[in-house]
Design a protein around this ligand. Structure first.
Ligand SMILES: C[S@@+](CC[C@H](N)C(=O)[O-])C[C@H]1O[C@@H](n2cnc3c(N)ncnc32)[C@H](O)[C@@H]1O
Length: 203
């Protein structure tokens, strides 16, 4: 299979900003870290962040106030989101589906809190095609990255997990980003929708 030509970190950052900037209405950001995405969101959104790490959440809360978001970030994991069913129009997660303990449980929770037809934007590094050197490196490295890099898995097939969870891709980019010493990193940018009539979701 022909692999896409690798892009630079700057090109990836720009694409990521574009994807994150597409969500509207009530937005839940899972694994929001220290608020790295604030500059990319549309200023009209109503933002809620979820971040289990206390130190990051303190920084996130501070930055959220600077960006005039009123909601205090939620102290929770994405496998158990403390929000009612169908209470948000969109969910965003950048570099978090590689880190959650249980992807299927997380995506089931994302579906539960989204309105029918609600939008999702996920950006992450993903598993390389089987029978490539990169795939072997990822499989060997993941037990160590899980242990020493905050639960990060190098070998997740996140697109497959999203499809299995019922999300329908609308703009799905499978890219590679230049990286040394182990060669280009496969990346997924996924904009899609939960099942259901999108009429009830903010556009
Ligand atoms: C690599 S960082 C990404 C942070 C930010 N989203 C970004 O793009 O820079 C992964 C984040 O996911 C959070 N995280 C880890 N496990 C999680 C879980 N089960 N549920 C929600 N967030 C989680 C971590 O605390 C961390 O802030």
């Amino acid at each position: 299979m022909t692999q896409p030509t690798p892009i630079s970190d700057d090109e990836l950052d720009e694409l990521e900003r574009q994807f994150v900037g597409r969500v509207r209405g009530r937005v839940l950001e899972i694994g929001a870290g220290e608020g790295e995405n604030f500059g990319a969101f549309d200023p009209g959104i109503t933002w809620t962040g979820l971040e289990p790490d206390a130190k990051r959440r303190t920084e996130l809360a501070q930055r959220a106030r600077e960006w005039r978001h009123e909601a205090e970030p939620l102290d929770a994991v994405a496998e158990s989101i403390p929000l009612p069913d169908h209470s948000v129009d969109a969910v965003v997660g950048t570099y978090v589906l590689c880190s959650v303990t249980d992807q299927a449980a997380t995506l089931a929770e994302v579906r539960r809190v989204l309105v029918p037809g609600g939008r999702v934007v996920f950006v992450d590094h993903v598993v390389a095609p089987p029978r490539t050197l990169k795939y072997v490196v990822q499989r060997v490295a993941t037990p160590f990255s899980k242990r020493f890099c905050h639960g990060c898995h190098w070998d997740r097939d996140t697109e497959q997990a999203l499809v299995r969870a019922g999300f329908r891709g609308e703009d799905v980019r499978r890219l590679r980003v230049r990286s040394t010493p182990f060669g280009p990193v496969p990346m997924l940018l996924f904009e899609g929708r939960a099942p259901g009539d999108a009429a009830s979701a903010a556009e």
